[in-house]
Design a binder for this molecule. Structure first.
Ligand SMILES: Cc1ncc(COP(=O)(O)O)c(C=O)c1O
Length: 373
């Protein structure tokens, strides 16, 4: 029997119409996955990976252990070198997922007495990492760099000995928007703080991402535009050595298999000369023009990324619209509170290189009928 308190929490989820259930795979038109470039289904990436493993006699299903024990297969260093070259980073460390990378970085780097100042809409993995750390976390208003600056000013007065870390995302996972990155870097330099940027939804969509190697750390993930699995932290050689020694989500877990690493390698190779990036950007441009034409601009959060949020307040309402779209053949996920704040519930539309302009016009017309009625 499930303990009473847990049972009550589940019941509360049901009464607030926010009970989560696993969905079935479907053949609907995809406006929901993070597979922005269609790499997850790319036959050529699949074949390149297969050929690489066979050619290198890597006939192995699992990695057999943590990277510090038996799991550090030879593909790791080759993939990490490839990542460093592509992202122009001094060093890189592969993690099993973006969730693990954020936990692994934030739980062990900021020390007791240090401060972590983070955007209020940062991903759950960032917030969980901050909770695990001994440092104190403070939020600043979403993408509001004046608010960040006033936090930095106050923090500087509070403590001159302890380190300050600032963390945000270059493309927000639920809003698709981007902070003013130049100003953010400028602020971090003038206040002498350590800047960390999560580039999960920027990598691939915007080439190597939206920030370069001069900042303290970047988190990149492979489960989105790269269509595979895993993540990496980019930073200095010293930072990577520190993580190898102290990052528990890195140390105490079984390493990725050679097959997973070879897929990451193939996906990077595909990225170098993929026409899919251009196709995705054409679709983003077209999508934004259609929003304007259909007078939906006020409902959508401004975005030039692959993620577009249409605010439909209330779990019931947004779920209902998502179901109506499903009936018409479109997979568009409702994002409910508490995942996003109350009243900010939304449809989250993800664009892909493989969406056609007809599909984009049709799904937006259906949304317009609902929103403007
Ligand atoms: C901004 C951000 N960081 C990290 C993650 C976690 O990445 P992964 O799915 O590889 O665990 C996500 C995934 O949704 C994300 O949106």
């Amino acid at each position: 029997m499930l303990p009473k308190k847990l049972h009550k929490k589940l019941e509360n989820r049901k009464t607030s119409n926010s009970f989560r259930q696993l969905g079935e795979p479907n053949n609907l038109i995809d406006f929901s996955s993070n597979d922005y470039l269609g790499f997850s289904k790319s036959e050529s990436i699949f074949k390149r990976t297969h050929d690489y493993l066979i050619d290198n006699n890597s006939i192995q299903n699992g990695s057999t252990g943590s990277r510090l024990l038996s799991g550090n297969n030879t593909l790791y260093s080759s993939v990490e070198t490839q990542i460093c070259n592509y992202h122009q980073s001094e060093a890189a460390l592969v993690f099993n997922s973006g969730y693990n990378a954020n936990l692994g970085l934030l739980s062990c780097v900021p020390q007791r007495g240090d401060l972590i100042i983070y955007d209020e809409l940062c991903h759950a993995s960032i917030r969980d990492g901050i909770q695990m750390s001994n440092a104190k976390g403070y939020k600043f208003k979403h993408n509001d760099l004046e608010d960040l600056a006033s936090h930095l000013e106050r923090s500087r007065e509070l403590s001159s000995e302890n380190d300050i870390y600032v963390i945000t995302e270059s493309v927000f996972s639920m809003d698709g928007d981007t902070p003013d990155l130049n100003r953010l870097i400028q602020l971090s330099e003038s206040y002498n703080v350590h800047l960390i940027i999560d580039e999960a939804h920027a990598i691939g969509v915007f080439g190597q991402g939206l920030v370069s190697g001069s900042i303290f750390a970047r988190v990149i993930t492979f489960g989105k535009a790269l269509g595979c699995h895993g993540a990496a932290i980019l930073g200095s050689k010293d930072l990577i050595d520190y993580l190898i020694n102290f990052s528990r989500p890195f140390i105490y877990t079984t390493a990725l298999s050679p097959h997973e690493l070879a897929t990451i390698k193939s996906a990077y190779e595909a990225l170098e000369n993929s026409k899919n990036v251009e196709e995705l950007h054409q679709n983003i441009l077209f999508f934004n023009k259609e929003i304007e034409r259909l007078k939906l601009s006020d409902a959508f959060i401004k975005s030039t990324s692959a993620i577009h949020g249409c605010i439909i307040s209330g779990n019931d309402k947004v779920k209902q619209l998502s179901l109506q779209l499903k009936d018409k053949g479109f997979d568009v996920k409702p994002i409910l509170s508490p995942t996003v704040p109350k009243e900010k519930e939304r449809l989250r539309l993800c664009l892909h290189s493989y969406n056609s302009q007809e599909e984009i016009s049709e799904v937006l017309s259906l949304i317009a009928t609902f929103v403007n009625s």
